[in-house]
Each structure stands twice: as C-alpha cells, then as structure tokens.
Design a protein. Structure first.
Length: 365
C-alpha cells in the first residue's frame, strides 16, 4: 500500500555532468505530495536540467530519482507518471482546443467516450468554456497557456512539471496566470514543480522553494522563511533586495551573535543558521526607517547618515538609493500609501536611516 505521508519525489545524490561541467552537483531533496514546489535560481544554475531529469528527457550521471517510490532509471518519458508544460506551450496549430487537449489520451488508447468527458472536464477546469472548436491562432497568449495546461492535466499525472511557463506573457497576464496555477494546483490536488528565475513568481505561487546556484541547492524553505531567514548571502540577495554590512563576530550566544560593524557599531543580532559563525549582516529595504530630520536613536537603534542619489518610482512604492557617510550604497523602500502625500525627496537631500538590530540577520557568505 502506498504511504501517503511519503514524499512524491525523492532525488538522491543526483549529479548530471557534461564532460567536466557539472550542471547538477550531488543534489538531494524530497518533494511532498500535493505541494507547489519551485526550483529557483539564475540562468545556468541547473534547475531546468533537474526538471528535465524528472521528466526523463535527461539521464542522471550518478544518483537516483524516485517518483511515488518507483526508481525512474531506464523509464522513458512517455512511461513516467508526469506531464510537462514547456515555455513555448507547444500547442498544435492545426488542431482545435479540444483536439489539442485530447491528443495525449488518443495516443495512449483511451476510449472515445472517456476522452470526450475528460476533455470537457479539463476545458472547464482551465476556464476555456465555449472555445473547444477554436484554433490556437484564435486564442490569446494566456488562453494558449491554458490549453497547454489542460492537455497536461487531462492525463491525470502524479506530477506536473512547468518549465518557465509564464515567461512569454506580459506582466498583468502573468500575474493572472499565477493565480490560476495556484487555483488549479489546489483543485486537482497533485504536485506542481515549476522552474523559474523570477523571485516574485516563486514567492507568490510556491508552498516551498529550493534556491539553486552552480548546480547545488543552497536552501529549501517556504516563501516567508526564505525571505525573512535566508541562510546565505546569495539567497538573501537573489530573493528580493537587501542591504549588506561587513562585520566581525565577537561572540556567539545560542541563536544570537554579538557583532561589530564599521557602520552600525556593536550590537546583538540573530544568526540565520546554527553553522553561521561569521558572515555578513543583511537587512531588507522596507525595514529601514528613513528620516529627514536629525533624530536621536530609539533604544537599541543604529543611525546612519546618508545622502539620496536616485529615486525609482513604481506607483505603489518608491525605491530610494542612498550613499552612506562611509561611501556604502544602500536602498530604502517608501510605500506610497496616500495619494496626496508629499512627493519623494530630491536627489542630494541629506537623510538619516534608522536600523533596529532585530531586523538585521547574520548570514553566511
């Protein structure tokens, strides 16, 4: 009997080498059932190679991949309990929406009556009602994306693999499709694994994220933990924006460390992980207080004097780029919460930044 508590995917010490280059380097991870799991990282980090090995389009050099407890070694892509949605969608231009969705069922010998009901169910699932007879050139980009999703889901796979599926869409449509994907994953109750280099996309969709760099996984965590408690400087800087400060660790006390920073002085901060005994202090831009008077610090707060260099206005918020008194470049987020608020300060304006130690984190380099 299948152990429903067991992970749906187990990747055990997997390496994929092309000559001397290791695209994936000794990766191990377990992906829970019914998760929306994201593989996130910059181009060339190995995330797509790992996804293709799950789909059977690439073979491991060493290590094992198990899906639902079954070793996938030697099992061809069409025999695996997975389906894949590609970046290009790959819908057949000469077929209708219904025929595109039915294609996989027809080639695997599903009976005609069953095909008709399953296609109808899939069309409703992706909200393409009334479009069954249309050809792809009569559809928008988002609708073609839905056809590709329905074609993958109609075969009822145990895993749905998504290779940068939203990268060709404009920003507004991409945001709409992100919500649709989360809805679909919840409704169909299978595991989705998405590859993306878009941090906001991963944070907004995934229940768990693995951050990759140079073929290795640096951290696996839910979105909030990954953003608020990155364990390494690369993760902190790749997941959103951050300000970093060099520091010297003076003492370790459980989860905390006493540090000395040239710009912030001596203070006690949280460590990101038990093995972090040296590294860099980081703080997110929205956690930095900006003041244009000359205030005294609140208890425990560190103050930094600086000058505004540039302001980027994004509507809902503005990003203020500054130079601190020691020459360091910093940034601060200002949310535009009122329509009639005072305009952003001009470049060259002097300001004071307030930083609370509890908003700082000591991360490993």
């Amino acid at each position: 009997m299948r152990d429903v508590a067991a992970p749906i995917v187990e990747i055990q010490n997997v390496t994929k080498a092309y000559g001397k280059l290791k695209a994936v380097d000794d990766v191990s991870l377990a992906i829970p059932r019914n998760a929306f799991f994201a593989l996130l990282g910059p181009s060339g980090c190995g995330k797509t190679t790992l996804l293709r090995m799950l789909g059977g389009f690439e073979h491991t050099s060493t290590g094992r991949i198990l899906i639902d407890g079954e070793d996938m070694a030697g099992i061809q892509p069409n025999r695996r309990p997975v389906n894949m949605v590609f970046q290009s969608y790959a819908v057949f231009p000469h077929m209708t929406v219904a025929d595109n969705i039915a294609y996989g069922l027809k080639v695997t010998g599903v009976k005609r009556a069953a095909i008709a009901s399953r296609v109808e169910e899939a069309i409703a699932m992706v909200r393409l009602d009334g479009m069954a007879a249309r050809k792809p050139d009569q559809l928008s980009g988002g609708q073609r994306q839905r056809v590709a999703l329905a074609r993958a889901l109609v075969k009822r796979p145990k895993l749905l693999l998504l290779d940068e599926p939203l990268s060709a869409l404009d920003k507004k449509l991409r945001e709409e499709m992100q919500l649709e994907l989360v809805r679909l994953q919840t409704e169909v109750g299978i595991t989705f694994i998405i590859v993306t280099h878009d941090q906001e996309e991963a944070l907004g969709m995934a229940s768990e994220i693995a951050v990759m760099k140079e073929g290795r996984i640096l951290q696996i965590a839910p979105p909030r933990e990954l953003y608020e408690h990155p364990t390494r400087r690369f993760v902190a800087e790749f997941i959103g924006a951050s300000n970093s400060f060099p520091c010297e660790v003076l003492a370790i006390d459980g989860q905390n460390a006493r540090v000395r920073s040239p710009l912030l002085g001596e203070l006690t901060v949280e460590r990101s992980a038990p093995d972090v005994t040296s590294g860099t202090l980081i703080i997110r831009p929205e956690k930095v207080r900006m003041d244009f008077s000359t205030p005294e610090p609140t208890p425990g707060e560190a103050l930094i004097r600086g000058t505004i260099d540039q302001i980027a206005y994004f509507g809902d918020l503005s990003i203020v780029y500054l130079t601190a008194e020691d020459g360091s470049r910093l940034q601060c987020s200002r949310y535009n919460v009122s329509r009639i608020a005072a305009p952003d300060p001009r470049p060259g304006t002097a300001c004071t930044l307030g930083i609370h130690p509890e908003d700082l984190l000591l991360v490993g380099d």
